[in-house]
Write a protein that binds this ligand. Sequence first.
Ligand code: HEC
Length: 397
Amino acid sequence: MSETRTFGIVAEYGDVDSVMAAARRIRDAGYRRWDVHTPFPVHGMDDAMGVRPTILPWITLGAGLSGLGLSILLQWWTNAHDYAFLISGKPLFSLPANIPVAFESTILFAAVTTFLLVFVLNGLPRFYHPLFRMAKFKKATDDRFFVAIEARDEKFDPGATRKLLESTGAASVEICEEPLDGQVLPGWVKFVGVLGITLAMIPLVVAYRARNAKTDTPRLHLVGDMDFQPKYKTQAASPLFADGRAMRPQVDGTIARGELRENQHLELGTVDGNFADGFPVAVTRELMERGRNRFDIYCSVCHGYGGQGDGPVALRAKELGEGAFVAPTDLTDDYVKKQPAGQIYATIRNGIRTMPSYAAQIPVADRWAIVLYLRALQRHSDASIADVPLEKREEIK
Ligand code: HEC
């Protein structure tokens, strides 16, 4: 048999009360390196053993706060400092915007730290313990209770410690020996470890080589798909055509399907190249209602519900003192009143100076509906009581 050394003295008990009492005695005797092994959790054992509360919660708190601080710092650094990028006038740094990331990294740091520290603080993973060599100790998972005082405890004394344990009413007291070579890793474990680490390097080496070596062929191209096909790219030259251009100009007069704009008045608001004043659609009450509906949705944000250029966007820009902001035109001004309907239609279709085109949002018929409603707004702006039919005058007083 190989040489052994004393791991400690182990006492066995038959019930909770006596192991609890023994724990108190040992605690009071001043031992520090000892442990109690029970088949099930015993409430109050921490106290009986004098185990101090774990510092883990404090470390968790610290990790959480670090996560919080670091993530806010990161967001400030990236968004407000290192690459300040103004997005629609929002502040570069604002706490509410940082909360999702800050919240998540607080949880992440706290959780990962706690998870790992539970192992570290408990001395895990541990593959071997000298107590497992004792045949009796197997009952620690069944119906027996054990107290083991380790030999490395400062107060440990083979005689005195054994006496103390015997005096606590232990069913048996035994010395636990551990073989000296018990601490040495078996050769095959080392071999597998070294082999594993070596194999784990291979992908890194392959990746390193791939990043640094030069080659004309794609590095990894298992499925070619249609990646390699002869074709002309934009602006390329081609000997096939007389003018040498691969990109062919449109054939004059070609019109794509559905793109034929026959009715110029309807589509462009012009007749013979000049803005037309009539409406190319039937003017009805429904058209007027539709116009009001569309105007309120699309135009009022800038031009205001009354068309006087006092929509919320304009007011806000004024409030912020935005110097470069061009105020929306007062649509009830004479300047717009005098414009032919076709010209207002064209403004919606094409946009004008700083006002963008609304062609994408508003289809042709709706544009005319808006022009019609705009005409009503203009009429309204300088209306007098004389404009109201006699029988309706009572109602608006
Ligand atoms: C995003 C804000 C905004 C919206 C929405 C908007 N406009 Fe304008 N509009 C402007 C501004 C700004 C001007 C003045 C442009 C300039 O002078 O550079 C203007 C000018 C006009 C003019 C005067 C054109 C001229 O001949 O000078 C008309 C007419 C007009 N808008 C109609 C409309 C209609 C109709 C709508 C709804 C479809 C609409 N606008 C929606 C901002 C807006």
